[in-house]
Design a protein. Structure first.
Ligand SMILES: Cc1cc2nc3c(=O)[nH]c(=O)nc-3n(C[C@H](O)[C@H](O)[C@H](O)COP(=O)(O)OP(=O)(O)OC[C@H]3O[C@@H](n4cnc5c(N)ncnc54)[C@H](O)[C@@H]3O)c2cc1C
Length: 210
């Protein structure tokens, strides 16, 4: 087996969000020590966003445990957690229990399903009725694209009408320099797109794939 390079591992860990790393490590190892570490709430000046961060006194320990784990070189992909298990991990990450709705939303965002919220027929009409039916989608933005994918998967004819020259909606319109998402690219993306090679945490309008 190829020798794992400790310098490389330490460099990568140096870039990690240590609270997220702690949870990933806990998921992989079940080490109770990781579950009992304390979390503090960080709030950047003038920002409404709050971020749970790992308390400083645990930093060195999490790094050591992560290096030790990764140096073994036999890292297996963690099994998909059940909703209850994922909720427990969310609770440890934030140091408080997420409410039922947020937990479900976050679980969906983790994209374990191939296509979350995929539409399906409850009473599928006869083929002939479907053939004589067409949906008009007004606008060719982010929402229209997913509507079209859903309609296609249900076998419903559709047509997209757009006043601009191309797809993309507001992203087509807003082409100022440095236009980019303001939430993480992974959260923003269609969840049915697997392993998209994002180059940036906050992807710019242009040139976002690696
Ligand atoms: C720079 C930038 C950054 C953003 N960052 C984020 C982010 O980080 N997170 C986030 O959640 N959102 C973000 N947004 C918001 C963005 O608007 C939405 O995420 C999403 O793209 C909206 O998609 P939509 O399809 O619903 O609407 P739109 O993209 O607005 O598409 C509507 C389309 O309908 C067309 N249309 C409207 N009326 C008619 C008509 N009568 N006839 C024909 N065509 C019509 C329009 O021309 C347009 O193409 C960002 C937007 C911009 C510009």
């Amino acid at each position: 087996m190829e020798r794992v390079n400790e310098t490389y591992i330490r460099e990568a860990i140096g870039l990690a969000n240590l609270n997220a790393l702690r949870i990933a490590l806990y998921q992989q190892t079940g080490l109770e020590e990781l579950a009992t570490m304390s979390v503090e709430i960080y709030r950047r000046e003038n920002s409404p966003l709050e971020l749970p961060v790992l308390a400083k006194q645990h930093h060195a320990r999490v790094v050591e445990l992560a290096v030790e784990y990764l140096m073994k070189g036999d890292v297996k992909k963690a099994p998909i957690p059940s909703f209850a298990q994922a909720r427990r991990l969310m609770e440890l990450f934030e140091n408080e229990s997420p409410n039922e709705l947020s937990a479900h939303y976050a679980y969906e965002d983790l994209a374990f399903e191939d296509f979350s919220r995929q539409a399906s027929w409850t009473h599928k009409p006869a083929e002939k009725a479907l053939q004589n039916f067409e949906v008009i989608v007004v606008g060719a933005g982010f929402s229209a694209i997913v509507a079209a994918i859903q309609l296609q998967s249900l076998g419903i004819n559709f047509r997209i009408i757009e006043r601009q020259a191309d797809f993309g909606g507001t992203w087509q319109l807003n082409d100022y320099p440095e236009a980019r998402v303001d939430i993480s690219s992974f959260i923003y993306q269609y969840k049915f797109v697997r392993n998209y090679p994002w180059k940036h945490y906050f992807a710019p309008r242009n040139n976002c794939a690696g």
